[in-house]
Design a protein around this ligand. Structure first.
Ligand SMILES: C[S@@+](CC[C@H](N)C(=O)[O-])C[C@H]1O[C@@H](n2cnc3c(N)ncnc32)[C@H](O)[C@@H]1O
Length: 290
């Protein structure tokens, strides 16, 4: 039904004697909506039995009726299969970099796509460039930043691999988040970020664990307590004269209390949505600047 309404709006606007610019932006918004809608209605995820058939390399990680997702090689292969199945996209990452879990990333994007953005700025796209790839593939124009040299090289290869060079472009940060890096934030409908959020101590204690804790320091550590990167992002965005809203996700719900205390103390206007992905809780924040 919604699909039909949007299609009709698109057709009607195409006929009206209004400026090209208005017509173009309505058409673009409708196109993104229709493209993302086809995924919004689709369930993300591939059953293990099907994944085993799609990529037989997974068989070596299959034991006692279970896929050993604690093994990073299995986790990577499985998520590659899911992305291919779900959006017909591919990605590679250098060894030791964060492995994106596709359906949890998509859950975050579903929340963002509700506001129907046409132009998005992503902070910290990572070696996979996963959020940018997914948004680009539904027709959203994305500018994404990344600080890590090897990660940005890898993200660029993934953009090229998926023929998304028109939709996604990258900016190499030297430590800046947006200040002195992105001249006009008002160009974007919104800013998104899956921020690094582990605290220093946790990272130091777990970085050498053989299983389950994969990622580089800059990918994972958000500061001494963990939420400092988020606060820095917000304070840099706030300095802009007309900033768009910032959407970020908290994958570590234990940070909720400390983060929200600081958001209130610093007088940010925010909303939060809690969602459950399998056994895990995720919190999606939207911060607006008035
Ligand atoms: C948690 S990872 C998220 C990666 C990817 N967006 C994803 O969802 O898988 C955070 C990313 O932010 C990057 N990063 C850290 N500081 C940054 C900065 N100042 N500017 C841009 N990227 C930064 C890290 O290198 C890392 O790739």
């Amino acid at each position: 039904m919604t699909f039909f309404v949007i299609y009709t709006i698109k057709r009607v606007f195409a006929e009206l004697p209004i400026s090209f610019l208005v017509r173009y932006s309505v058409r673009l918004t409708c196109r993104i909506f229709m493209k993302s809608q086809s995924y919004l209605d689709k369930k993300c995820g591939t059953q293990i039995e099907i994944a085993l058939k799609l990529d037989p390399k997974l068989v070596q990680f299959f034991n006692n009726g279970k896929l050993d997702l604690g093994d990073s090689r299995a986790l990577l292969l499985y998520n590659k299969v899911i992305l291919k199945e779900f959006m017909d996209l591919s990605f590679n990452i250098p060894e030791g970099y964060l492995i994106p879990t596709i359906c949890s990333r998509w859950e975050f994007l579903k929340y963002i796509l509700k506001s129907n953005p046409a132009k998005v700025l992503e902070i910290g796209t990572g070696a996979s460039g996963i959020l940018a790839l997914m948004l680009g593939s539904v027709g959203v124009s994305v500018t994404a930043t990344e600080i890590d040299k090897e990660a940005i090289k890898s993200a660029q290869s993934n953009i090229e691999l998926n023929n998304l060079t028109k939709e996604v472009s990258l900016i190499h940060s030297q430590g800046e988040i947006v200040k002195n890096l992105i001249p006009q934030l008002s160009e974007y409908d919104l800013i998104i970020c899956n921020p690094p959020q582990y605290d220093e101590k946790y990272y130091q204690e777990h970085k050498s664990s053989a299983r389950g804790f994969i990622g580089k320091y800059l990918e994972l550590v958000g500061g001494r307590k963990g939420h400092e990167f988020i606060l820095s992002l917000l304070s840099e965005v706030k300095m802009d004269s007309n900033p768009p809203p910032v959407y970020f996700q908290l994958t570590l719900p234990r940070l909720k209390t400390i983060l929200e205390e600081d958001l209130k103390r610093l007088q940010y206007e925010f909303t939060v949505v809690t969602t459950r992905i399998g056994t895990r809780e995720r919190l999606y924040y939207k911060v607006e600047f008035t």
